[in-house]
Design a protein around this ligand. Sequence first.
Ligand code: SF4
Length: 322
Amino acid sequence: MQWKVLKAHLLAAGSANLTGEPADRYIARSAAGPGAGGSGAVFFAMGSHRIKLALNPESSIVIAHRGNGVVDLYFDGQLIPGRLLEPGFHCPDQAFITVTGSCIFHCRYCTVPEIGGKRKTIDEIMDMVESVRHRIHAISITSGVQTSIEEEEAYVLEVVKHLAFFNLPIGVSIYPADGTPERLKALGVTEVKFNLEAATPALFGELCPGLDYDRLWSALDRSVELFGKGRVFSNVIVGLGETDADLDTCIRKLTSHGVIPVLRPLNPVAGFAGTPRPSAERLEHIFNMHRLALEHEGLDARGALTMCTNCAGCDLVPGRDE
Ligand code: SF4
């Protein structure tokens, strides 16, 4: 079975039952992204390929840990040998840190407001990065919104100023205010991600009350001018009720503006609990649309240095998952 086909099936399942030897050092516990606030996740790797799977004892996919990260994955009657990757923070090779684990907004697909985590101090963040410095090549930062969009950005900028100490590429994904791309660029940030989240403005308006789709587009366009084509990303969730045609239009608009889309299968939590995850067949179809759109604009996801396109744990990434 080709890796991209296997990964599409594993993403459609979304979870695995981890058995065998103790595997604590391989378990990622996240305050954002798929599986946030859950019982953890593991990164299964085959060669340079990887996938993040939430831990769920009821999953039909079994990962049997044989010790030292060596595992066998059982899927559809097949045994697939691989290994577990040790996360830096949240994902392998990066310290991906959620600065503020709570949010005043209530996007319907997101658990961060329910989790209601606290804001990390700059000292805590510096200590976290220091503790994994020897096994990361990038730092990525995201955040909820504790009191206001402007106050959150000001705090994230302070964090970024301190993180410059590590001399690593820094990626930042926050909800933008006016002038956010300029301020991030001035601090030496390498890449940015402003998430459209939904494939259409109508869906976004329904799911993210109080947030502005047009502002995201303005931030993306300004970012491409400042950071360059291929250094700007945007998450779009697959499975919120959009059609494939909606997604194709959104993907092509993003790529034609120089932005690399991150096509994230819906994790059915919060207001989407009980909604089916997108099927493997749909994910493969969208992967092909994504690959063609990137090729058409001369964009290469393999050049990403930070955040999800570099990690490739939770999505099918053209160029990486071939
Ligand atoms: S792809 Fe993104 S959300 Fe998923 S583990 Fe990697 S960095 Fe985290």
